[in-house]
Design a binder for this molecule. Structure first.
Ligand code: SAH
Length: 383
């Protein structure tokens, strides 16, 4: 792939760190990233690459700037706090980019000023456009400054919808600080409060601020692999730790007896409850707690856990969590991570404490970026 054809601003924008490599080379680079960390411990499987490495993001964040009387959209560069102007990011979907272009026109027409992060003036801080790849539905979240008043919101929503019929949700939020996020105090000015996507034959709701894997095609690859490695039987009881909105646990649920999903963020657990309801799942127990505390409770109750699925944040698992996990002694541990440095640290600990590393599998969830997701399978050695 020619650099220029794929994106005219890839050199300026910090979003794609591997923009100078074609996709085959990116996969080789990532395979090597996995190998560097794991090849002394186990044979490394061939990385699972993406069938379509572009236009994969189900969530796009735009910032806006007024330049020479026109409003233009761009991508915020957190490192140097600047904006790279582009209306055609190749990682976003075409529809997301088209919505951003319409927003530029409408902001001008409705005299809505983009927020200037340096000066602290203006109304719209950023806009998040989320898309369901299954239904095509779009959600537009317009994040406004805390004190600003959004003019003629119903007319604005109507004008936006007229151009993009698959927008099913338009939400205004507010945010105080000079940082970019999804904002607070959501007000739905058109449609529903959430959109729904489908992964591995289950439906998942996505609210304006939910955590949801950003590449739905590769999420299906990742979760299917994790479930395959867990090699579940009808008798298995599964612990799904760091469960977010309950995705992995629910995908496991038809293949096992029971799942205990534990997640710290109450909003994610709320979405998980809704996901459980819409999929009519009965054998998943959703627990809102710190995994570290919860696993201690399981241990004290002498709970029998056959399989543990772990998907922690970048910091990995705490030593205390891993100690309790070893005492709980599941036969299989499937550990999914977006940070192989902490993952390999935790894997080494588990190897020292009675486990064998059987499978190491990279998955490319984020083509054109330097990030690599990795799944490992550990099995308990007989005492
Ligand atoms: N498995 C989910 C989410 C993974 S992201 C998915 O694939 O969609 C990691 C999750 O761990 C986040 O939802 C975060 O809120 C949660 N988390 C972070 N620290 C935690 C802790 N100490 N105990 C429980 N959950 C935690």
């Amino acid at each position: 792939m020619e650099k220029k054809k794929y994106c005219p601003v890839c050199k300026k924008c910090s979003g794609c760190q591997l923009s100078n490599m074609d996709y085959e080379r990116q996969l080789k680079f990532k395979q090597n990233e996995v190998r560097i960390r794991f090849n002394r411990l186990c044979k490394v499987q061939k990385i699972l690459g993406a069938k379509s490495p572009l236009n994969y993001r189900n969530k796009a964040q735009f910032v806006f700037k007024k330049i020479k009387g026109k409003v233009q959209s761009g991508i915020y560069q957190s490192a140097d706090k600047t904006v790279v102007i582009t209306d055609s990011c190749a990682l976003h979907t075409k529809e997301q980019n088209a919505v951003a272009r319409t927003l530029c026109d409408l902001f001008l027409k409705f005299r809505i000023t983009p927020y200037d992060l340096h000066k602290g003036t203006g109304l719209v801080k950023n806009v998040i456009v989320r898309q369901s790849f299954h239904t095509g539905e779009l959600m537009v979240v317009i994040v406004c400054d805390y004190n600003g008043i959004f003019p003629k919101e119903k007319d604005f929503a109507k004008a936006l919808r007229e151009k993009h019929k698959n927008i099913t949700s338009i939400i205004l939020t507010r945010h105080k600080g000079r940082t970019l996020n999804a904002g607070e105090n959501p007000k739905v000015i058109f449609g529903n409060a959430h959109i729904t996507d489908r992964i591995c034959n289950l439906d998942f709701v996505i609210s304006y601020n939910s955590f949801f894997q950003i590449n739905p095609m590769q999420t299906e690859v990742l979760y299917s692999k994790a479930v395959e490695l867990a090699n579940l039987t009808e008798a298995d009881v599964v612990l799904d730790a760091y469960s977010g909105t309950g995705t992995i646990g629910m995908i496991c649920s038809p293949h096992c007896k029971e799942v205990y999903s534990v997640e710290l963020n109450p909003n994610a657990v709320k979405d998980a409850r809704e996901n459980k309801r819409i999929n009519s799942i009965e054998n998943v127990n959703l627990v809102c707690a710190d995994s570290e505390d919860y696993i201690k409770t399981l241990r004290e109750e002498n709970a029998v856990i056959n399989v543990a699925l772990l998907d922690p944040p970048r910091a990995g698992c705490s030593r205390s969590f891993l100690n309790s996990l070893c005492r709980l002694a599941p036969q299989r541990i499937v550990y999914v991570s977006c940070n192989m440095d902490t993952q390999v640290r935790d894997v080494r600990f588990l190897i020292k404490n009675g486990y064998k590393l059987d499978v190491v599998q990279g998955v490319d969830m984020f083509p054109f970026t330097k990030h690599t997701e990795c799944i490992v399978l550990l099995t308990k050695l007989c005492n």
